[in-house]
Design a protein around this ligand. Structure first.
Ligand SMILES: [Fe+2]
Ligand SMILES: [Fe+2]
Length: 170
């Protein structure tokens, strides 16, 4: 299958975006771990692994169609946060940026009548709906459970439970 240079560039840019999301979540996990939020640390270590699988999906797609993936250098992520809530807000913003990029790729695929890439991207469109909902739901917990030590401890437990739950098949 042949894809346009524009589509190929967008997919390669997405490899960089997923890769930097993986790196950013790894830094968040590490911050949570040293701060004493073990549940949140488990959650973000798992989240980082997930982003790596997203990156690999695109690498394999490009290579399988003979377009050749480019593995990018990634910038050092932010490594320090003021609060768990601030960290989760940053994560939600990350996800919103990723969603935008994916929607742009879908538009390119539509415009170019690239049905193969369009079908490939459908999984990512659905994934982003879930990802944004996931982080919005966690953010809501700060209003529901509170921002004091007890509230944060409860939220940490919620995140631990999420990290322990089996991932739905991708
Ligand atoms: Fe992702
Ligand atoms: Fe994500």
């Amino acid at each position: 299958m042949k894809i346009s240079p524009k589509m190929k560039k967008a997919l390669n840019d997405q490899i960089a975006l997923e890769s930097s999301a993986a790196n950013s979540y790894l830094a968040m996990a590490s911050w949570c771990e040293v701060t004493g939020y073990q549940g949140a640390a488990d959650f973000f270590y798992a989240q980082s692994d997930e982003e790596k699988t997203h990156m690999l999906k695109i690498v394999h797609y490009l290579n399988d169609i003979g377009a050749v993936a480019t593995i990018p250098a990634i910038k050092a992520p932010v490594s320090s946060y003021k609060s768990l809530e601030g960290l989760i807000k940053t994560a939600l913003k990350n996800e919103q940026a990723v969603t935008k990029a994916i929607h742009k790729m879908v538009e390119i695929a539509q415009k170019e009548k690239d049905h193969g890439t369009y079908a490939f991207l459908e999984w990512f469109v659905n994934e982003q709906v879930q990802e944004e909902t996931k982080f919005e739901t966690i953010l809501q917990k700060f209003d529901l459970l509170g921002r004091d030590k007890l509230g944060i401890n409860e939220i940490d437990k919620v995140l631990a439970a999420d990290a322990a739950a089996p991932e739905p098949a991708a």
